[in-house]
Design a protein around this ligand. Structure first.
Ligand code: ATP
Length: 585
């Protein structure tokens, strides 16, 4: 939890210092009240006291109470500012860190957990700081000050207060021992619930089409029940604290008056009044001590959760990113890609996904990757933008190892179209001109040109607002093929040296596929293209086709060469092409 304090900025520390000042003022005013009360008790019991004297004392009490209220409001205001500011800083830090994560770290934490850590966990810290700043600071100041005030009054009363505080501390400790592990589980179970809900909502069409609502509901119910029951146990344990506190509080008042009754009875007539007055004052101070611990109790309700959240946030913030920037490369942008004896294994996997991959794509060439599903095509191209680092060998872009590049420099050389087309909420234009490319922003003309190359002009110009037509989150208001074409337009608009298409033509009809490839070849003749494809038709004119099987290259060459030399390619081709097409190469 203390690690989180390093995220306070100077201004927030100033607010904390100001809060402490106002808390001291508040405690001083609170503890002045019993003094005036003692004065009033004495005045009431003294013969000949004037009413005006009592009213004056009462007026002072009122002023103290009002002053305390104002100080408390000011502290609340500062605490809210500090808490909200810290929450904002933490959200920014976690978000920035997550953005820097490589796929390895994202896979390790899971998307649902990262979202939860950025939102729910940060809120837990915010709540603790908002409440804690008032209570954590006030409680010890109040407790110590009140103890100083009552010390020396009567050892019997002091002993009763010590016993009450001891019982209170034991009750707090027992509660924490039971509740803390449960609060730890609650955060993990919340992640799980988020994961199940997310999965269900993103796959809602499949769920409906397969009448799997019942199955999903059961999955959700299991996650929900587990979270609810853990929550219930933890909260029941915490709920015990409030009556325990009230019991101790009432018990102490009773003890103070009981002891007081004996002391008054045993005292001489002249001392009786003094002891009675002391008793009233002492019981007030003793209440303040208990109040301080009750405040701490409030913190202990929030602290365990916040502690777990702080640990989860720090886990993200302290994670060493496996992929870090290289020193930077000044290599001329020409568009060559070379794999030199590359092997790769996913973290935790038992075997290599790619083994000894070597090939070269020269500037302007089109390299196609084909192979059965799971043969490693996506994995291979993901090594070029350095989504993962190789285990062995080297991936070179423009003659330099990708690990030597600053990631931004590397990504500026690449236009990447992922297997699953991704669009962001915004407009057609904002999606096509997305991101930074290192050589100025994408102009309107370039957007139109890229949309035309991606064979999207027709449907974009039919949309209401054309290039400014809204695109919903994840592109749910355009079709799968339209989404793919806009993703291609986005890559083309970057005008990179290297274009990577990961099975990006799969949702296109044959006519559009052909037209798009023709337009791409004409307008991006100088650009090196790496195309993952399932259809032979998409890649048969590539300069080099690489055939992958179980993560190894089993064939390399042109369509005609592979038809003669590579059995795997022949099998793929014979399943897709007619006899004449096969015979004609
Ligand atoms: N993030 C990951 N973590 C662990 N293993 C993975 C991960 N992604 C892919 N794999 C595994 O690596 C292998 C190669 O997957 P990859 O996605 O590269 O295949 P592919 O040839 O692109 O398949 P497809 O044509 O179906 O897209 C598969 O066995 C897959 O299970």
């Amino acid at each position: 939890m203390t690690k989180i304090f390093r995220y306070f900025n100077r201004k927030q520390w100033l607010y904390v210092a100001a809060s402490i000042l106002f808390i001291v003022i508040q405690v001083w005013l609170d503890l002045k009240l019993p003094d005036y009360m003692s004065g009033i008790t004495t005045l009431v019991q003294t013969e000949g006291s004037a009413m005006s004297d009592i009213l004056i004392q009462g007026g002072y009490m009122l002023m103290c109470a009002l002053g305390s209220m104002v100080a408390s409001i000011i502290v609340g205001f500062f605490a809210a500012r500090v808490a909200a500011g810290l929450a904002q800083t933490l959200r920014n830090c976690v978000y920035d860190k997550t953005m820097d994560f490589s796929m390895e770290e994202i896979d390790r934490f899971s998307t649902a957990s990262l979202i939860n850590r950025t939102t729910n966990d940060v809120t837990q810290i915010q709540n603790l700081v908002a409440m804690g700043l008032q209570a954590i600071m006030k409680a010890p100041i109040l407790a110590v000050w009140a103890v100083v005030k009552i010390a020396g009054k009567s050892w019997q009363w002091t002993a009763a207060t010590v016993v009450a505080v001891f019982v209170l501390v034991v009750a707090l400790a027992v509660t924490l021992i039971f509740a803390l592990p449960r609060f730890q589980r609650i955060q993990g179970l919340t992640d799980n619930l988020n994961r199940v809900t997310r999965e269900q909502l993103t796959g809602i069409r499949v769920v409906r089409a397969y009448n799997a609502e019942g199955y999903q509901e059961k999955k959700f119910a299991v996650a929900n029940d587990e979270l609810t029951s853990t929550n219930l146990v933890a909260n029941r344990v915490m709920a015990m604290m409030s009556p325990t506190m009230t019991l101790i509080n009432s018990g102490l008042t009773l003890a103070v008056y009981w002891i007081g009754a004996y002391l008054i009875e045993a005292a001489s007539l002249t001392d009786k009044l003094g002891i009675f007055s002391d008793m009233v004052v002492f019981s007030n101070y003793a209440m303040q001590v208990i109040l301080a611990f009750m405040m701490l109790n409030m913190i202990f309700v929030l602290l365990p959760r916040a502690q777990v959240s702080a640990r989860r946030i720090c886990e993200v913030l302290d994670t060493e990113n496996h992929i870090y920037d290289g020193a930077g490369v000044k290599a001329e942008k020409c568009g060559t890609v070379e794999f030199r004896h590359v092997s790769f294994r996913y973290p935790g996997a038992a075997a290599d996904t790619l083994t000894d991959i070597s090939f070269t794509a020269r500037a302007g060439e089109t390299i196609a990757l084909i192979g059965a599903t799971g043969s490693g095509k996506t994995t291979l191209i993901n090594l070029i933008p350095r989504f993962y680092d190789v285990a062995e060998g080297q991936v070179l872009v423009d003659g330099a190892d990708v690990q030597e590049y600053k990631q931004e420099e590397l990504h500026n050389r690449i236009g990447y179209v992922s297997q699953k087309a991704v669009l962001f909420s915004g407009t057609v234009a904002s999606n096509v001109a997305y991101g930074e490319r290192g050589h100025g922003t994408v102009s309107d003309g370039e957007i139109k040109e890229a949309v035309a190359i991606a064979q999207s002009t027709d449907f974009v110009e039919k949309m209401e607002g054309t290039y400014d037509a809204p695109i919903a989150q994840s592109g749910t208001n355009v079709s799968g093929g339209q989404k793919q074409r806009l993703s291609i337009a986005r890559a083309v608009a970057r005008k990179p040296e290297i274009l990577i298409f990961d099975d990006s033509f799969s949702a296109l009809d044959y006519k559009t596929d052909r037209a798009l490839r023709k337009a791409l070849n004409e307008s991006t003749a100088q650009t090196t293209k790496l195309i993952v494809a399932q259809r032979i038709g998409t890649i048969r004119h590539a300069d080099q086709i690489i055939v992958l099987e179980h993560g190894r290259i089993v064939g390399k060459g042109t369509h005609e060469e592979l038809l003669k030399t590579c059995v795997t390619y022949q099998e793929i081709a014979s399943s897709q092409l007619s006899k004449e097409e096969l015979n004609n190469g």
